[in-house]
Design a binder for this molecule. Structure first.
Ligand SMILES: [Zn+2]
Length: 256
């Protein structure tokens, strides 16, 4: 692919131009990641980074899980309806965050989690890769009787990490996590303004509260339950801000 075609793919992806096919969107579904990695490795395309140390710069949703999350990557949740929701939410997020990651599902049988990495493995996701756990998805749907209102907030938390990575922002883990929580709140507030789309932030607040931990001496400590809840709530009030403004407000909220 030459540079012009590559740039078009980015623009098309960002603006969600075209049909809902698996290609050309920020969040394709139903395609195995191993095929994508193999194909990317077989091409000399500028801008594609494939395989290698995929977890070089990455953040989990919750503390825990020591293994490489890319070992459990899936191209589909196994449910067409869930795949469609995932795609739709990805498109909403692409309109709010100034980054274009590529999204996949994650086999997280042992502990529910999600993951964001700065490593791009597909040209349609030049800023990184987001993995969303199947078990996490299932538990979040069960939380509110199948509505899954916490899922957009979790998704936004992962997008926020991609935004941090592309901005070059680095800080101790709890700061990175609470900053991502703040931006998740900002996104939920923006999402509530989309006509015809129902957003209930209460399940998200409960979910982030439950994902806090007290492992203060653990390098993977993500913030206490109350800190995580407060960060999302603080982000909710900044819905009229642009992404870069919300990013700065989140830093200020955390004293950075
Ligand atoms: Zn995180």
């Amino acid at each position: 692919m030459d540079r012009r075609k590559f740039c078009y793919a980015l623009v098309a992806s960002y603006l969600s131009i075209g049909s809902c096919s698996a290609r050309g969107q920020g969040f394709p579904t139903g395609e195995g990641i191993h095929d994508l990695v193999e194909r990317a490795n077989s091409e000399d395309d500028e801008g594609i980074v494939a395989s290698g140390a995929l977890s070089a710069e990455g953040c989990m949703l919750s503390a825990g899980i020591g293994s490489n999350p890319f070992d459990g990557v899936l191209g589909s949740s196994g449910n067409v309806g869930v795949d469609r929701l995932f795609q739709r939410e990805g498109e909403f997020l692409l309109r709010s965050f100034p980054v274009i990651p590529y999204g996949y599902f994650l086999r997280d049988d042992n502990a529910p989690n999600a993951f964001a990495s700065s490593k791009s493995i597909n040209r349609n996701g030049p800023h990184g890769t987001i993995l969303f756990g199947i078990r996490l998805l299932t538990e979040e749907f069960e939380r509110d009787g199948g509505a899954g209102f916490a899922i957009p907030g979790i998704f936004a938390h992962e997008f926020a990490h991609i935004f941090q990575f592309s901005s070059g922002f680095q800080a101790p883990t709890p700061i990175m996590e609470l900053h991502a929580d703040f931006l998740a709140g900002w996104y939920l507030a923006r999402r509530s303004q989309i006509p015809g789309i129902w957003t209930d932030v209460r399940p998200a607040l409960q979910s982030f509260f439950e994902k806090g931990d007290y492992a203060f001496n653990d390098p993977s400590h993500h913030g206490t339950p109350n800190q995580r809840l407060a960060a999302v709530q603080a982000g909710l009030v900044s819905r009229t801000s642009r992404a870069d403004e919300a990013f700065a407000l989140g830093l200020r909220y955390l004293g950075q």
